[in-house]
Design a protein around this ligand. Structure first.
Ligand code: HEC
Ligand code: HEC
Length: 232
């Protein structure tokens, strides 16, 4: 299945026009000191018990390759994106709630995990993860929804003003570092959950995604999530 999907995408070679909306997280991630991947790797693997940092590896797997679909793959994701997520799991100064919440608006599991991290920790661990390889990418599983998923991915849903995912997340789903996250190889169920969180507004850290998800029904979301996961 994996093979078939990637060939379809390569064969198309479509370059979709990107409507130039520039998300803000590139600038936010330009920190003062260069991130230290070795320190990030150590924190990822061992945590820091003295400061209450749980080892990320216990949920996100070796080098960011998760084996549990509820815990997303983090390997080969852009560090700017990962850093921004860690920031968004915590309430901003003066805010009651974080921008990125979990199901039904309850705190995400990550809010407690991100709480003890320093700014340098977040930059270091994000940088470490961006350098890891996605060794066991998730694949698409639903043959029946491929066509619908591919259509939404490449062309959006014009009648409901849903933009093509490929225009931002790139045709092969690898994303555009510092602007748009990678979706290829991510667990389909995780992608689906995030689209539903965007739609419900519980994840409010990507206004573009809130608008897009708001115009999609459950079947659209399921089909495109499965398709995106299988892209290579
Ligand atoms: C107890 C399990 C657990 C631990 C430990 C954990 N995570 Fe997570 N992580 C999750 C879950 C579950 C999610 C999905 C959260 C959601 O959707 O609200 C997640 C999501 C994330 C995301 C967002 C990924 C994306 O694609 O948007 C990042 C980044 C992340 N975790 C980094 C870390 C780091 C760094 C550590 C260690 C300091 C860590 N996690 C420790 C369970 C965990
Ligand atoms: C206009 C650009 C744009 C388009 C079009 C777009 N996205 Fe996104 N998407 C983003 C941005 C920016 C983010 C990161 C938001 C953030 O900072 O958390 C994102 C994040 C996501 C995430 C969260 C990834 C994670 O690891 O948690 C998913 C899932 C997603 N998009 C799916 C889609 C799908 C499916 C489509 C097509 C129906 C789509 N996107 C179309 C810009 C876009």
């Amino acid at each position: 299945m994996k093979r078939v999907l990637s060939r379809v995408v390569l064969a198309s070679g479509v370059l979709l026009g990107i409507t130039a909306v520039s998300p803000s997280f590139a600038a936010d991630a330009a920190g003062p000191a260069k991130p230290d991947a070795a320190k990030g790797g150590q924190l990822y693997e061992q945590g820091d018990a003295a400061r209450g940092v749980v080892a990320c590896v216990s949920c996100h797997g070796a080098a960011g390759n998760s084996t549990i679909p509820a815990n997303p793959n983090l390997a080969a994701q852009s560090h700017e994106y990962l850093y921004k997520q860690l920031v968004n799991f915590r309430p901003a100064e003066g805010a009651k709630e974080p921008l990125r919440k979990g199901v039904d608006g309850a705190p995400s599991m990550m809010t407690a995990m991100a709480a003890p991290l320093s700014d340098a920790d977040m930059r270091n661990v994000a940088f470490f993860l961006s350098q890891q390889k996605l060794t066991e990418p998730a694949t698409a599983t639903n043959v029946k929804s491929v066509e619908r998923g591919q259509k939404i991915w490449r062309a959006g849903i014009p009648e409901r003003n849903v933009a093509a995912c490929a225009g931002c997340h790139s045709p092969n789903g690898a994303g555009i570092p510092s602007q748009f996250p990678r979706l290829s190889g991510q667990f389909p169920s995780y992608i689906e959950d995030q689209l539903k969180l965007f739609r419900a507004g519980h994840r409010a850290n990507g206004p573009m995604m809130n608008q897009i998800a708001d115009r999609m029904n459950d079947a659209d979301i399921k089909a495109v999530s499965d398709y995106a996961a299988g892209l290579r």
